[in-house]
Design a protein. Structure first.
Length: 327
């Protein structure tokens, strides 16, 4: 048996209940893992609220770390006793023990502790595919300007550090002076408190009127329109979340009038669709963390029993860095 967080219908944080579930043996291509820590992400809120529709009842959670207890036939990259971490579908990480597909589960280096492993996989792999694989026409070069919204969040703080290591001029936005200071401390070249300042004229000022090559946006509706106007001609608008709600529909012809710009909607799961791509991205992330180029900030820890409060704080934008549930 395992304790797990489940919802029977979409709604607010109060829908989450801790229940006992049976955990069986792994089938072909699966593993059984006993969690040591669980990561919390905004996609969990989307799935709980119903923005992303999934069958009910639903066990929440998309990332965790722990120890492999058993492997099914055909699994060769992991064995019982291995330390491991993952960001993966299907949902279900808010629990003590689970059986799941092995494809996206990676062996965790000994130099990375379990809480860091649980906190870093989804946010770190997201930062990796954004900065390394979601690139504007001609790519990014040292000294180029990029705009990163929610720069003090879990993905944002990793991106601030990684962008600095790559020589990029990251302009980070956040909703308070404290969050802006944190983003600057961790590598943002410039910061904008969008609760006080209009970020569009500030971006134009910082870039000498040229705009940025790429906008990385997980906020959505509240930042969308002005973000498009922050782009240089042929620039890229890279959407990877909707924390303020989805942007309104738009006519494709508008992209031409704004400078023949590009728009893409990225998801982590497209990038980790194969075992090979998952491992390559994880290896890049593990190297960035173990080398010290990227430090994972865990600013909130909640016991599993306080998962409702954890979701309320995340939705209320009261969190910075990464958040983990402890077991």
């Amino acid at each position: 048996m395992s304790r797990a967080v489940r919802i029977d219908q979409n709604g607010g944080a109060e829908q989450m209940k801790i229940v006992d579930v049976n955990v069986g043996e792994p089938a072909a291509g699966e593993i059984r893992i006993r969690h040591k820590a669980v990561g919390l992400n905004f996609i969990d809120v989307y799935q709980r609220s119903g923005m992303y529709q999934l069958p009910m009842p639903l066990q929440l959670g998309m990332e965790a770390s722990g120890v492999i207890e058993a492997v099914g036939p055909g699994v060769t990259h992991l064995k019982a006793g291995d330390r491991a971490a993952y960001a993966s579908q299907p949902p279900g990480s808010y629990c003590e023990v689970r059986v799941m597909p092995a494809k996206c589960v990676c062996k965790l280096p000994d130099a990375i502790d379990f809480e860091t492993g649980a906190a870093m996989m989804r946010t770190g792999l997201t930062a990796q595919y954004l900065l390394k694989k979601t690139l504007p026409q001609g790519g990014l070069r040292e000294g180029d300007y990029v705009l990163f919204h929610a720069a003090a969040g879990g993905v944002g703080l990793i991106a601030c550090q990684w962008a600095k290591a790559l020589g990029l001029q990251l302009i980070g936005t956040a909703g308070s002076d404290e969050k802006c200071a944190l983003a600057r401390e961790l590598g943002a070249a410039h910061v904008i408190n969008y609760s006080k300042d209009d970020f569009l004229p500030r971006v134009k000022q910082i870039t000498g009127g040229k705009g940025v090559k790429v906008v990385y946006d997980s906020v959505g509706k509240d930042t969308w329109d002005k973000s498009l106007d922050c782009l240089q001609p042929f620039g890229l608008m890279a959407s990877f979340g909707n924390s303020s709600g989805p942007p309104a529909p738009f006519a494709p012809g508008m992209l031409g009038t704004k400078g023949s710009i590009y728009v893409t909607r990225q998801t982590l799961f497209s990038h980790i669709a194969t075992r090979e791509s998952t491992q390559a991205m994880a290896d890049d992330l593990f190297e960035a963390v173990t080398s010290g180029k990227v430090k994972i900030r865990i600013d909130q820890r909640y016991p599993l029993e306080q998962v409702q409060q954890a979701h309320r704080d995340l939705e209320g934008r009261k969190t910075t860095g990464c958040t983990v549930l402890t077991l």
